[in-house]
Design a protein around this ligand. Structure first.
Ligand SMILES: *[C@@H]1O[C@H](CO)[C@@H](O)[C@H](O)[C@H]1NC(C)=O
Ligand SMILES: *[C@@H]1O[C@H](CO)[C@@H](O)[C@H](O)[C@H]1NC(C)=O
Ligand SMILES: *[C@@H]1O[C@H](CO)[C@@H](O)[C@H](O)[C@H]1NC(C)=O
Ligand SMILES: *[C@@H]1O[C@H](CO)[C@@H](O)[C@H](O)[C@H]1NC(C)=O
Ligand SMILES: *[C@@H]1O[C@H](CO)[C@@H](O)[C@H](O)[C@H]1NC(C)=O
Ligand SMILES: *[C@@H]1O[C@H](CO)[C@@H](O)[C@H](O)[C@H]1NC(C)=O
Ligand SMILES: *[C@@H]1O[C@H](CO)[C@@H](O)[C@H](O)[C@H]1NC(C)=O
Ligand SMILES: *[C@@H]1O[C@H](CO)[C@@H](O)[C@H](O)[C@H]1NC(C)=O
Length: 538
């Protein structure tokens, strides 16, 4: 029985170079061993919309105006491992394989981010990580070790292995190069995967990685608790977050040499929070003394017993993104904190944020549920197989402290430099001034933040991919990675773009080079401050 889809697929196969198997369930199933089942296959003509299945609650947005491709969804049962993944197989394939990542505790196939990868002509895969939930809901993890391991690393690796088999069978051709691009949990997934399975990818792009899971998630509960309960005298209401953010810009913007609303060197700023103090002459848009104590905690590293460094603080400049972790609207920390303690560490639903103590950290250090933490700093196996790593982090990130990426970079340096390995030869790290978590910039800041990192295209539109108007390795982090892997041209800078309204077909407002850490952006002092070529990295 030939459906219209199958016939269309057969025609596509004939016109674009005879695929070994066609875009239908049975044909694709023949590519797999018994552990994998093809749920559906759907051929999409050029410019169509892929309608995301209603069950995919984590990634509900349907990508539009797609390149002609075969969309496939697969379910896998492998011992205690149980997950699914989606694949886009373009008619006009460029020979490359790309895997994209997930976010928070989410379980679901990230079709929208896959579409951004499809735009280039890659075969693209996203795993559902082995369960179905939105990003901030961790209840699925309770007494569910198999699912936690799948989320930790198993589903990604298994999905990569099987999606590569499917891609090879579909085109009856070898994959030329394999890449990964993910942010947040997606950044962690990329790092974890290259640490455990260095063969999987030639190049990994990891944004704002949630790599230190066993400390990050408890810290999320801890930092939220600083501003609770929401009725206390020390509570800073979210209406004051913009006031604090504006004061940070007032005091710190110029520390980098240019007054442009972008705080690109917060550590060079001697911030004096007492300027925010309420006085008889200043009774609104100000903080009381107890509130200033809370602000001090938010801007301080979490250090516990015996001066043990547990987790770095949120950076100045992140205030515009404080609502999710700090607003206290439900009088609780964000679920990403307590849910980890309750359901991953198994303390149970009765555990409350008020019960937090150092024992939580000690337990997490011993258990590291799902082996999720990506803290094997010896990346030499990945180097040895010729792998390349690009890592970036927004300096205005209000969800994962920017310092956790700086700390990661330092740990990798301290592990590899004594062995005589130069990080620059295979691992480069870029800070993004004014960028929030993975994407975006506050409307009061307007920093160049777009370089086609994971999740960024979705911020422009459901049909965007790459850097519209600047489709080259200078402006696009994925193309930069491809040039590095395929031509040996390593990126020293990546030019980030800010459009006026962050939409497609929009005017460029500013462009500026992102610098390879520890270099910093420096303006020449001449010409248009909003043009990338008036800046250098020093
Ligand atoms: C692609 O689809 C969009 C609607 O999704 C439509 O506006 C546009 O004209 C189409 N383009 C082509 C080339 O068919
Ligand atoms: C979290 O997921 C569980 C299990 O699917 C569901 O019962 C619960 O309502 C969800 N909680 C929230 C806050 O969405
Ligand atoms: C299946 O499970 C085995 C044993 O845990 C593991 O080595 C293998 O990578 C898994 N394969 C896939 C495709 O998930
Ligand atoms: C407060 O305002 C009054 C009246 O404008 C002024 O005389 C006084 O100096 C101000 N006090 C401070 C501490 O600025
Ligand atoms: C702190 O240090 C003391 C003295 O070395 C040691 O006995 C104790 O176990 C340490 N506490 C923790 C929680 O590591
Ligand atoms: C405090 O939390 C409660 C929920 O317990 C909520 O109803 C209330 O709106 C919150 N108040 C503020 C000021 O955020
Ligand atoms: C978790 O990681 C540890 C240390 O690398 C390893 O010994 C253990 O086998 C891993 N467990 C699983 C289930 O992968
Ligand atoms: C940006 O959006 C504003 C308000 O929606 C609109 O007035 C303006 O024309 C837009 N600018 C551009 C360059 O698209």
């Amino acid at each position: 029985m030939k459906t219209t889809q199958t016939r269309l697929a057969a025609i596509a196969a004939l016109t674009s170079g005879a695929f070994a198997i066609t875009c239908d369930k049975d044909s694709l199933q023949s590519a797999f061993s018994s552990i994998a089942t093809v749920d559906f296959a759907q051929w999409l003509p050029a410019n169509s919309t892929f309608t995301v299945p209603k069950t995919d609650i984590a990634y509900p947005v349907s990508p539009t105006q797609l390149r002609a491709a075969c969309a496939v969804q697969v379910s896998v049962k492998n011992g205690t491992s149980n997950y699914g993944f989606g694949v886009f197989l373009p008619d006009d394939w460029n020979g490359r394989f790309l895997a994209v990542g997930n976010g928070g505790f989410a379980g679901g196939i990230n079709w929208l981010d896959m579409a951004a990868g499809l735009g280039y002509g890659n075969a693209v895969m996203s795993t559902d990580t082995g369960h179905n939930s939105v990003s901030s809901n961790g209840t699925w993890a309770y007494n569910n070790e198999g699912a936690v391991l799948d989320w930790g690393y198993r589903a990604m690796h298994g999905s990569v292995v099987l999606a590569k088999e499917l891609t090879t069978a579909y085109y009856s051709n070898k994959i030329l190069y394999s890449y990964y691009s993910g942010c947040s949990t997606g950044g962690r997934q990329g790092l974890k995967n290259l640490q455990l399975f260095p063969e999987d990818f030639d190049g990994v792009v990891a944004g704002a990685p949630a790599w230190w899971t066993k400390h990050l998630q408890p810290w999320t509960s801890k930092v939220g608790s600083y501003n609770l309960p929401n009725t206390s005298a020390h509570h800073i209401p979210p209406s004051l977050f913009p006031v604090i953010g504006a004061e940070v810009i007032r005091q710190c913007d110029g520390a980098d040499g240019v007054v442009d609303t972008i705080v690109s060197d917060p550590n060079a700023c001697d911030f004096q929070p007492d300027f925010l103090l309420c006085t008889p002459n200043k009774t609104t848009s100000c903080l009381t003394s107890p509130q200033l104590d809370t602000l001090h905690q938010i801007y301080s590293d979490y250090v516990d017993t015996n001066q043990t460094f547990v987790f770095p603080h949120l950076w100045m400049g992140s205030e515009a993104q404080w609502v999710p972790l700090l607003a206290g609207l439900t009088n609780q920390p964000n679920n990403l904190g307590p849910d980890y303690v309750k359901y991953f560490l198994g303390r149970g639903p009765q555990w409350q944020w008020q019960d937090f103590d150092y024992g939580v950290i000690q337990q997490a250090d011993v258990q590291d549920p799902g082996n999720a933490t990506a803290d094997d700093f010896d990346l030499s196996p990945f180097l040895a197989r010729g792998g390349k790593l690009l890592h970036y982090h927004g300096m205005s990130d209000g969800l994962i402290p920017t310092g956790s990426s700086v700390y990661l970079h330092s740990q990798i340096l301290r592990t590899l430099a004594p062995k005589g390995i130069s990080l620059d030869s295979f691992y480069r790290f870029f800070l993004v001034p004014g960028m929030q978590h993975c994407a975006g910039t506050p409307s009061t800041v307007n920093a160049p933040w777009y370089f086609a990192g994971a999740n960024q295209a979705a911020g422009l539109s459901s049909s965007a991919y790459g850097v519209p108007g600047f489709r080259d390795a200078k402006h696009d982090v994925l193309l930069a990675m491809m040039d590095w892997v395929e031509k040996g041209v390593a990126p020293n800078e990546i030019v980030a773009t800010k459009w006026v309204n962050d939409t497609l077909q929009d005017k460029v407002m500013r462009q500026r080079p992102l610098c390879m850490f520890p270099k910093k952006q420096k303006w020449s002092g001449k010409g248009d401050v909003n043009a990338a070529n008036t800046w250098s990295c020093e």
